[in-house]
Design a protein around this ligand. Structure first.
Ligand code: AMP
Ligand code: MG
Length: 486
């Protein structure tokens, strides 16, 4: 079988990347293959599961037409400028055109050192690979824009971290691996030609409608701002915490990318931070919209040289676009919160109503996902008992519910039958994810992985056989910290 690679990034000037073959590994073993995604990409899943296919997914074989390369990028990490990051342990194998005519990147993560590795070993370990697999596929099933998981393999290597851990390689599929940090890379080097070529490439590939605008680069910036506003609104409405929202981890197409110490909240608290390296809470749940805005300001600054020849004018255009972010975000968020509350019409006070519920949830230590799921049950005629119980002070919920019911009475009711599809029953709860990783690392048991992936594939359906997967952690089961994907 040959893969119909159609590589465009590899045609860009040499300073955009470094060509690099993956490093061989001793004993590749397929842990999991996403057959549906393979088919969507026009790849033969049986080939991918064959010894040759697994060798490719492990980096031991470079398929015909693949042009492995490490992409160059820079970025702001926790606010600090790093002029050169780049793929230190990932390789873009190439691009394919999927069944829908969409160009998709196929990338190996954990495939060995590259010139961008700095002090790193270029490797990935099984735990974080499985974590990215589970959470990215869960996000896709939830309808949130994300990179996808095509495969996970173990390598037969033991990788030195704080302890020796089984090595693994993750195959990731993205609409693009271009980041805000890719723009910062060229801007930081005052490479105006490179910057323009990157912007043109991104317009042609991802934002072709910007080409027709009077000011195509300003239109590009506005379009990216719109997509990232939508993305962050979807995170905030589902309780997802990215954990490392550095500019190098923000995709230019508005997909969730670079799953590291990410997690879904159980108990609602906007100050929630899981990442063990985020001591200041910079990337806490409630900060995500503001951080996205800040990251977009880095993109806007990077784009100044192409926005206008006159610097003052360029700054004006950038500022104008950036100033739209808060309203874009609020609109996108309001659409989602209305759906979660079962509202089909719009009223001024809707966001205040949802915020009031969130405040009561925070105070009452209510589980984020279950509260909204049970709210749907109640709107659909169910008993309020199980919902009230989620609040330490159920009367506080009752008070809110009076106002909610009044609001529902002024609504058409058309959104109520759809509430279950706005309020998932199943999210990748941390303690479940952790249990899957422990079974895989400890006994090499991947059955729990298969089970959890099956449940997470239908997050909005009641799955009575799996109802325990909808439950928050019991006391003692909570996972309070997650670790970076290194
Ligand atoms: P991350 O925080 O995982 O998005 O990575 C930030 C930067 O560190 C990127 O340039 C990565 O390629 C690089 N990096 C992370 N882990 C490793 C590793 N084990 N070996 C080499 N480079 C790494
Ligand atoms: Mg990264």
């Amino acid at each position: 079988m040959t893969i119909a690679f159609d590589n465009s990034y590899a045609r860009l000037p040499p300073r955009f990347f470094v060509r690099q073959a993956p490093a061989a590994v001793p004993e590749p073993k397929l842990v999991r293959l996403n057959r549906d995604l393979a088919i969507e990409l026009g790849l033969d899943p049986d080939y991918l599961a064959s010894p040759d296919g697994v060798a490719m997914l492990a980096g031991n074989l470079v398929a015909e037409g693949s042009e492995p390369l490490a992409m160059a990028y820079a970025g702001h990490q926790f606010g600090g400028w790093s002029p050169q990051l780049g793929d230190g342990r990932a390789l873009l194998l190439g691009e394919v055109i999927d069944k829908n005519g969409q160009r998709r990147d196929i990338q190996l993560k954990g495939s060995g050192r590259t010139p961008f590795s700095r002090m790193g070993d270029g490797r990935a370990v099984l735990g974080p690979v499985l974590r990215e697999y589970m959470i990215s596929e869960a996000m896709a099933a939830l309808g949130i824009k994300t990179t996808r998981a095509l495969a996970a393999v173990t390598t037969g290597q033991q990788i030195a971290r704080t302890e020796l851990l089984p090595g693994a390689i993750f195959t990731r599929v993205a609409t693009s691996h271009i980041r805000i940090g890719t723009f910062e890379f060229f801007a930081g080097r005052r490479d105006a030609d490179g910057l323009k070529q990157l912007a043109d490439y991104v317009i042609d590939r991802h934002y072709p409608e910007a080409r027709a605008a009077d000011a195509p680069y300003a239109a590009l910036l506005e379009a990216v701002i719109g997509r990232i506003a939508e993305l962050i609104a979807s995170w905030q409405s589902i309780g997802f915490i990215h954990g490392v929202m550095n500019t190098d981890n923000m995709s230019i197409v508005g997909e969730t990318i670079d799953y590291g110490p990410c997690a879904f909240m159980d108990t609602y608290d906007p100050a929630t931070v899981y990442s063990s390296i985020d001591h200041m809470g910079r990337y806490a749940f409630g900060n995500q919209p503001e951080v996205a805005h800040w990251n977009l300001s880095r993109l806007a600054i990077s784009l100044l040289p192409v926005l206008h020849d006159d610097q003052e004018k360029a700054i004006e255009l950038a500022q104008l676009a950036l100033d739209r972010f808060p309203a874009r975000f609020r609109e996108a968020y309001a659409v989602r919160m209305r759906a979660k509350l079962g509202l089909a019409t719009e009223e001024e006070g809707d966001l205040a109503l949802s915020q009031d519920l969130l405040d009561r949830m925070a105070e009452g230590k209510a589980d984020f996902t279950l509260t909204f799921r049970r709210l749907s049950d109640v709107a659909l005629g169910g008993d309020a008992g199980p919902l009230r119980q989620l609040f330490q002070n159920p009367a506080s919920f009752d008070d809110w519910a009076v106002v909610w019911r009044e609001r529902l009475a002024r609504d058409t009711g058309a959104a109520i039958p759809l509430m279950h599809s706005a309020n998932p029953a199943f999210i990748p709860r941390n303690h479940r994810v952790q249990a899957v990783i422990a079974a895989a690392e400890g006994a090499g048991d991947f059955a729990p992985l298969d089970t959890l992936l099956t449940v997470l594939a239908k997050p909005y359906e009641d799955q009575p056989d799996f109802s325990q997967f909808a439950e928050p952690p019991q006391p003692g089961e909570e996972v309070t910290a997650t670790f970076c994907g290194t």
